[in-house]
Design a protein around this ligand. Structure first.
Ligand code: HAM
Length: 537
C-alpha cells in the first residue's frame, strides 16, 4: 500500500484563513477606496513576465534580481526548432547531410552538400550580431583554405523571425543568403520570472498600451502577490502581497510626489496603522548621482579595511548600498561619509526643497534620512519608506520613489514616474499587533428551524435576508433546538431566528439577540426592516 503523504505549504508561503482573510479584504478594499478618491484606477497585471524586464528595470546586479527571483525557461531552443524545421523542409533536396570535419572547432549549426555545392547554415532568431559577422568572415577563411578553388559554397542564415532591413543589408553585403522559417506553433525560448514587484510590469504595460497618449497623468494601482526567494522570517515571505500605486506622465512636479505621500498616509490613518514613520530622501538624477557615487567610492576605499565583506564588495559594485548597512560596527564610519544632499545638482536640490514645502502644506509629517537609497536601481530623486511598529527587524511597511528614466529604458517615450508599494502582510501584522483591529461584521443571522414543515419557510427567509446583504447561516439538516442555538453562539452570530411550526402558522418569528438573550417577535416585513436597519449600525 502506498504511504499516505501529508502536504504542507511551501516554506515562505502561507494560507490566509478566515477571519484573517476578512481583515485582508477590508484592508485592500479601504486602499481601493482611498486610491480612487485620488483618481487612481486599478491595473491587473500578469504575475509573470520576461526575466529580462525585471533585470533591466530593477537592475541585474541587485539582490532581488541576482538572488531572489523564481525563474524558468519556456519553449525549445530556437536553434533546435529551426534545425528540425529546415531539415524536414529541405530533406528531399539533399542526398546526405553531414558535418564537415574542417569546421570541428568553429562548428556552424549545419553543413550540407548537394553535388558540388556545400551549404553552411547558421540558425538565428532574428538578428546578426557583430559576432555573427565575424563568424561569416571566419567561415569564408576556412572555405578558402580547405576547399579547392572554384568549389561553390553558400552561406545561409535561417531566421525564425523576419530580420530587420539592416540585417538584410548586412547579409547582402557579405554575400550571405537569408531564409525566414515558418515554424508551426513557433515560440522563442525565453526566460520567465514570477514578479518580485509590480513597477516594472506597470511600465511595460504603459508602453505596450500607448498610455502616454492618455490625457493627464496616468494613475494606476494594483494589489496582489509578489515573489522573492528570501530567507523567511516574521514579516518576510517568499510569496507576499503588495498594494501599490504609480503615477506616470510628462510632469515630475514635486506636488505629485507630495500627493502620493499624502494619499499613503490617509490610507494608513484610515486603517488605524499607528506609529508609522515616513522617511524621505533625494538620491539625485543621472547628472549628479554618478559624481556623488564616485566620491562615495573614493571615501569608502579609504576606510575599506574597517568594513565587513558585504560592504567591501559593494564599494566596487554599488557603493550607495553601503549606506543601507545595519552592522553596528559600520555605523560610525557611515555617519562620517559625504551626504548626497550636499552633492545634488541645482535642479534636484530645488525639486527636493519643493517636495518638503509641499509636504508641510499638506500636513504630512516626515523625517529626512540621507541614508535611504533603496535596493532597486530604477530610482531617481525622491525615495521614501514608511516604517511601522510591532514588526521587529522587517519594519518597512512601504517603500517607493521616483523612477523618471524607467519607461525610456524599456523602450518607451521619455516619461516621469513615481509610486510606492505597501507590504500587505506587514501592514496587517502591524494592525494586529496594535490595538486597532477593526470589528468586522461577521455572521448576522443563524436560522434555527425545527420540524420538516418549517424548512421551506426557512429557505425563503434565508434568501430574503441574504438579498438584503446580511450574512445568514441556514443549517442544512434539522437539529435539536439546544444544539442549534449552541452552534449559533459558537459561530458568533448576532441573532438567532427561531422558526418552529407555531411561527410558520402565525407568520411571526422569534428573533433572539445572542449577546443578551433578548427576544422579539416580528412578522416577516418587520423582521426584514429591523435587521436591515441593524445592518447599518
Ligand atoms: P520594495 O521596497 O522592494 O519596493 O517593497 C515594498 C514593500 O513590500 C516593502 O516595504 C515591504 O513592506 C514589502 N516586502 C518586500 N519584500 C517582502 C517580503 N519578502 N515579505 C513581505 N513583505 C515584503 C518595491 O517593491 C517597489 N516596486 C515599490 C515602488 C513602487 N517604487 C515605485 N513604485
Amino acid at each position: 500500500m502506498s504511504e499516505k503523504r501529508q502536504f504542507r505549504a511551501i516554506k515562505g508561503t502561507r494560507d490566509i484563513l478566515p477571519p484573517d482573510s476578512a481583515l485582508w479584504n477590508w484592508f485592500e478594499r479601504t486602499a481601493r477606496e482611498v486610491f480612487e478618491t485620488y483618481g487612481f484606477g486599478e491595473i491587473r497585471l500578469p504575475t509573470f513576465e520576461e526575466t529580462d524586464l525585471f533585470a533591466k528595470s530593477i537592475g541585474a546586479e541587485t539582490d532581488i534580481v541576482s538572488k531572489e527571483m523564481f525563474t524558468w525557461e519556456e519553449g525549445a531552443p530556437v536553434t533546435s526548432q529551426l534545425q528540425k524545421w529546415w531539415i524536414s523542409k529541405h530533406l528531399g533536396e539533399f542526398s546526405k547531410a553531414d558535418r564537415e570535419a574542417v569546421f570541428s572547432d568553429q562548428r556552424p549549426d549545419l553543413v550540407v552538400r548537394r553535388g558540388q555545392t556545400t551549404t553552411v547554415i547558421e540558425f538565428k532568431r532574428r538578428t546578426l550580431s557583430q559576432d555573427s559577422t565575424d563568424q561569416i568572415r571566419r567561415y569564408r577563411k576556412i572555405f578558402a583554405e580547405h576547399f579547392p578553388v572554384g568549389t561553390p559554397a553558400r552561406l545561409l542564415f535561417v531566421f525564425a523571425e523576419e530580420p530587420s532591413p539592416f540585417v538584410r543589408q548586412l547579409a547582402e553585403a557579405n554575400d550571405v543568403e537569408i531564409e525566414v522559417a515558418d515554424i508551426p506553433g513557433y515560440e522563442p525560448r525565453q526566460s520567465i520570472a514570477l514578479r518580485p514587484e509590480a513597477t516594472a510590469g506597470v511600465a511595460r504595460a504603459y508602453i505596450e498600451h500607448g498610455m502616454h497618449t492618455l490625457p493627464g497623468n496616468v494613475k494606476l494601482y494594483y494589489a496582489g502577490p509578489m515573489f522573492r526567494r528570501e530567507r523567511p522570517q516574521k514579516g518576510r515571505y517568499r510569496q507576499f502581497y503588495q498594494v501599490g500605486a504609480e503615477v506616470l506622465g510628462q510632469s515630475d512636479a514635486p506636488a505629485i510626489d507630495a500627493e502620493v505621500l499624502e494619499m499613503l498616509l490617509v490610507l494608513f490613518r484610515r486603517v488605524g496603522l499607528a506609529n508609522t514613520k515616513l522617511y524621505v530622501n533625494s538620491i539625485g538624477c543621472k547628472e549628479c548621482r554618478p559624481k556623488y557615487v564616485e566620491l562615495l567610492r573614493e571615501e569608502l576605499r579609504k576606510v575599506s579595511d574597517k568594513l565587513g565583506p558585504d560592504s567591501q564588495r559593494r564599494i566596487e559594485t554599488n557603493p550607495l548600498r553601503v549606506l543601507d548597512s545595519k552592522l553596528p560596527e559600520e555605523q560610525a564610519i557611515i555617519e562620517a561619509l559625504p551626504r548626497i544632499s550636499d552633492h545634488l545638482c541645482d535642479a534636484c536640490r530645488e525639486h527636493f526643497a519643493k517636495l518638503k514645502d509641499e509636504l508641510k502644506l499638506r500636513g504630512v509629517a516626515y523625517e529626512e534620512n540621507w541614508r535611504l537609497v533603496r535596493g532597486l536601481d530604477y530610482y531617481t530623486r525622491t525615495t521614501f519608506e514608511v516604517t511601522a511598529a510591532g514588526l521587529g527587524s522587517q519594519n518597512a511597511v512601504c517603500g517607493g520613489g521616483r523612477y523618471d528614466g524607467l519607461v525610456e529604458l524599456l523602450g518607451g517615450p521619455p516619461t516621469k514616474g513615481i509610486g510606492f508599494a505597501i507590504g500587505t502582510d506587514r501592514a496587517i501584522l502591524s494592525i494586529q499587533e496594535g490595538a486597532n483591529v477593526p470589528k468586522l461584521p461577521g455572521l448576522a443571522v443563524y436560522i434555527a428551524w425545527m420540524g420538516a414543515k418549517t424548512y421551506p419557510t426557512a429557505v425563503a427567509i434565508a434568501r430574503k435576508l441574504r438579498d438584503c446583504g446580511l450574512g445568514v447561516e441556514l443549517p442544512p439538516e434539522e437539529m435539536k433546538f439546544k444544539k442549534s442555538l449552541g452552534l449559533a453562539d459558537k459561530l458568533g452570530a448576532r441573532y438567532a431566528l427561531i422558526i418552529g411550526e407555531d411561527e410558520v402558522a402565525s407568520g411571526t418569528y422569534t428573533l433572539k439577540r445572542l449577546a443578551n438573550a433578548e427576544q422579539t417577535k416580528l412578522n416577516e416585513n418587520d423582521l426584514l426592516e429591523y435587521l436591515e436597519s441593524e445592518r447599518r449600525t
